[in-house]
Design a protein around this ligand. Structure first.
Ligand SMILES: [Zn+2]
Length: 208
């Protein structure tokens, strides 16, 4: 059985959303495309035109990953400008946005109102207060490998509604099934029901 992998960078993975590097022309399985804040250069406008064109393909399920990251050199004003371009474009083509957010939650929260499509924060690994805050503001959260290793994150997941989460490997090399097993155990449901619920979540965000 293969489980849906919400966000990954592995071209071999067949069941999930492959995060395409903006310069790849990728016509295979379902994918997302966007300009990661680390890839913002002075040529970002040209890169964004490529993103726009490729995002129109029917197998492009989402815009991203894109967002804000205070660890990076690109200044936050520029990151915000580029991120907002992604939001406007996603609104226009009605596709959800996969978000990379590092130490920028308050800035992200204030941009949320500009999005008319679902926003999913990927690689979420923060505490229950922030998780609940995100969900009450309408975000979805996607969890990755840290969930297998961190007890506090497991406790966070226990408290969250199943219809607001996704599971992903991101760049880590491990079997997504391991994560499904862990979360099924934490939520005290069967693996099959977890799988079905997350597929339903996917339908919800791509039909909105
Ligand atoms: Zn990623």
């Amino acid at each position: 059985m293969s489980f849906f992998n919400f966000h990954h960078h592995n071209i071999q993975e067949k069941n999930g959303i492959y995060n395409v590097d903006f310069q790849d022309v990728y016509l295979g399985n379902t994918f997302s495309i966007g300009l990661h804040p680390k890839d913002i250069t002075k040529h970002w406008k040209d890169n964004f035109e490529i993103i726009k064109n490729n995002s129109l393909l029917p197998n492009c399920l989402a815009i991203g990953e894109c967002g804000l990251d205070k660890r990076l050199i690109a200044n936050l004003d520029l990151q915000t400008k580029v991120f907002r371009e992604h939001i406007f474009w996603a609104n226009e083509i009605q596709k959800p946005i996969i978000i990379h957010c590092v130490r920028s939650y308050s800035e992200l929260f204030s941009l949320k109102k500009e999005a008319a499509v679902p926003m999913i924060i990927h690689g979420f690994n923060k505490n229950i207060q922030l998780a609940s805050d995100c969900i009450s503001k309408g975000f979805y959260l996607s969890f990755g490998k840290a969930t297998l290793l961190t007890l506090s994150l497991q406790n966070t997941l226990k408290e969250l509604p199943l219809d607001k989460i996704f599971l992903e490997t991101d760049t880590s090399d491990f079997e997504i099934e391991e994560l499904y097993q862990k979360v099924a155990q934490l939520k005290n449901i069967s693996l099959k029901n977890l799988e079905l619920q997350l597929l339903e979540n996917l339908q919800t965000i791509i039909n909105k």
